[in-house]
Design a binder for this molecule. Structure first.
Ligand SMILES: Nc1ncnc2c1ncn2[C@@H]1O[C@H](COP(=O)(O)OP(=O)(O)OP(=O)(O)O)[C@@H](O)[C@H]1O
Ligand SMILES: [Mg+2]
Length: 272
């Protein structure tokens, strides 16, 4: 199972790109799960899933924690590569997914982490750790998905929480202005610390190819690949309608751009 995370500054285009990429992947026959770890919970809406259909992981935190509990996993000595490791995870994964997973167009599956339910309710760390366990479980013990994509909250905090250790791809979504690139630079550093194998710098809302030179000079200092996604007002129009450009204007160059990203993240992947 290939694991991908999208990171970057607020408003850079993470949710739009994750939602569109997931649809494109599913249309190619990949079994795709997208997980929204942003407490703002916009991803389902972008995929046309009404919020009333969703039960978030956060709502059942304690129950899920118990199902995904594993004494050995919870120690510092846990080694996911060790063979013969027996888990205590006490979970009926089919029943679990039935409860939390919603199906969007093209059979994209969506799970929403959820958010804090009241003022002063603490931080989202424990919810993120539920997501980490779920993805670890799916990667180790289940054959349900080919690709999992995590949409994240703005900023680099998600990488500070270790959710994405050993992921395959980090899509660092940035615009070409300084504040956006500053976040991207920090995200790249943290992702390197987590051993994420491939870092793709995705420059979104590109109006002029000069922007790519700016980003390359400012942040692609270790030869990270740079992938432009063009600016198209129809993306915003689609967003306003609770839709995606893939449905409203399939001729948009934005889709061709995101297909280029799809080709990179699926390179060498053999579908079962
Ligand atoms: N290529 C594009 N061309 C034009 N507008 C775009 C493009 N990509 C995204 N947008 C617009 O930018 C805005 C922010 O996009 P989006 O919500 O995907 O960003 P985000 O990074 O997920 O934001 P947040 O950090 O708040 O979750 C939206 O209005 C969206 O329609
Ligand atoms: Mg978002």
């Amino acid at each position: 199972m290939r694991k991908i995370i999208a990171t970057g500054k607020g408003g850079a285009g993470k949710t739009t790109i994750v939602a569109t990429l997931s649809r494109l992947l599913a249309m190619q026959g990949f079994r795709v799960l997208v997980i929204d770890t942003d407490p703002s919970m916009n991803l389902a809406m972008s995929l046309g899933v009404p919020f009333s259909m969703i039960r978030t992981l956060a709502e059942d935190k304690q129950e899920i924690k118990e199902q995904l509990y594993d004494e050995e996993y919870d120690t510092d000595e846990y080694d996911e590569n060790e063979t013969g490791h027996q888990h205590d995870w006490n979970i009926d994964i089919d029943a679990f997914l039935q409860k939390y997973e919603v199906t969007a167009k093209d059979d994209v599956k969506v799970v929403v982490m959820g958010t804090i339910s009241q003022g002063g309710g603490g931080c989202i760390c424990s919810y993120i750790s539920l997501v980490k366990r779920l993805i670890d479980y799916l990667a180790l013990w289940s054959d349900q998905y080919d690709i999992v994509i995590v949409d994240s909250q703005a900023g680099s905090e998600i990488l500070g929480r270790g959710l994405a250790v050993n992921y395959d791809h980090n899509l660092v979504i940035t615009e070409s202005f300084p504040k956006s690139m500053e976040v991207a630079r920090h995200v790249l550093k943290l992702a390197n610390d987590l051993n994420i194998r491939n870092q793709l710098v995705v420059v979104n809302k590109v109006r002029d190819t000069k922007e790519l030179d700016i980003v390359a000079g400012e942040i692609c200092l270790n030869g990270e690949g740079i992938y432009p996604v063009s600016y198209d007002e129809r993306v915003i129009e689609a967003d306003r309608m609770g839709s995606l450009i893939i449905d409203m204007s399939p001729d948009s160059v934005v889709l061709a751009d995101i297909k280029d990203i799809m080709n990179v993240v699926t390179e060498g992947f053999v579908k079962v």
